[in-house]
Design a protein around this ligand. Structure first.
Ligand SMILES: [Zn+2]
Length: 219
């Protein structure tokens, strides 16, 4: 009974942590960053140059992924930077599929594709995350790498939602939604880290991560 009470207290604590003042302020900052970055990308000096536009747009994807994961883990130690950089990388790297589908490094070819490239299908996100979780379970990697499916989820979802302002969400094989309203994109991006933290707590991933981070301190 005492144990059960302790675990309830821990759960309440973990829940409060996913909505801590610092994390809420950080996600409001993330929403503000999206707004400012998207305004800056409208400048004609960026819009008139295809490479500059593509690179700056991709950088914003990366920063959103980086920032989102920083909110999830709280960014307390230097070593946490490796994780947030990985999250930023995962968020940016999926645009490579434009070039894969084009079969060329030509930006012109990558921007004028007959259809959207495969990593931009939102159905791929739960499929890859669940497959990754299954593989980790199979190879007993779940303790040290337990965060990876969640990192992938948050990085790719934020990318898809941001692309969704222009193209809608592509839920293959069912088709695509209308372009997402701008406010919805900002709201989803700012609340995704909290939703992710909350689900991670419910599935016990946060406790595993806490153990891992604790071990890092011991070393
Ligand atoms: Zn994209």
């Amino acid at each position: 009974m005492l144990l059960a009470m302790a675990s309830e207290t821990e759960k309440a604590h973990a829940l409060l942590q996913s909505f801590s003042t610092a994390s809420v302020i950080s996600s409001l900052g993330l929403g503000f960053f999206c707004f400012v970055a998207d305004r800056l990308l409208q400048f004609s000096v960026i819009q008139q140059n295809d490479w500059l536009r593509a690179l700056s747009d991709n950088t914003v994807h990366g920063v959103v992924g980086f920032w989102s994961w920083a909110i999830v883990i709280g960014l307390k130690k230097k070593s946490d930077f490796t994780e947030v950089i990985l999250a930023g990388f995962l968020s940016s790297v999926i645009d490579v599929d434009h070039f894969v589908l084009a079969g060329s490094l030509s930006l012109q070819a990558a921007l004028t594709l007959p259809r959207r490239p495969f990593l931009h299908c939102s159905t791929v996100i739960p499929l890859v995350c669940l497959t990754l979780k299954f593989i980790m379970h199979l190879f007993k990697l779940k303790d040290s790498w337990c965060f990876l499916p969640w990192m992938l989820f948050i990085s790719w979802t934020s990318h898809h939602v941001r692309d969704g302002i222009r193209h809608g969400l592509w839920i293959c094989p069912f088709g695509k939604t209308a372009p997402l309203p701008y406010w919805l994109y900002v709201a989803i991006t700012a609340s995704l880290p909290h939703l992710c933290s909350f689900i991670m707590y419910l599935t016990g991933t946060r406790e595993l991560m806490a153990t891992k981070h604790g071990m890092r301190i011991d070393v």
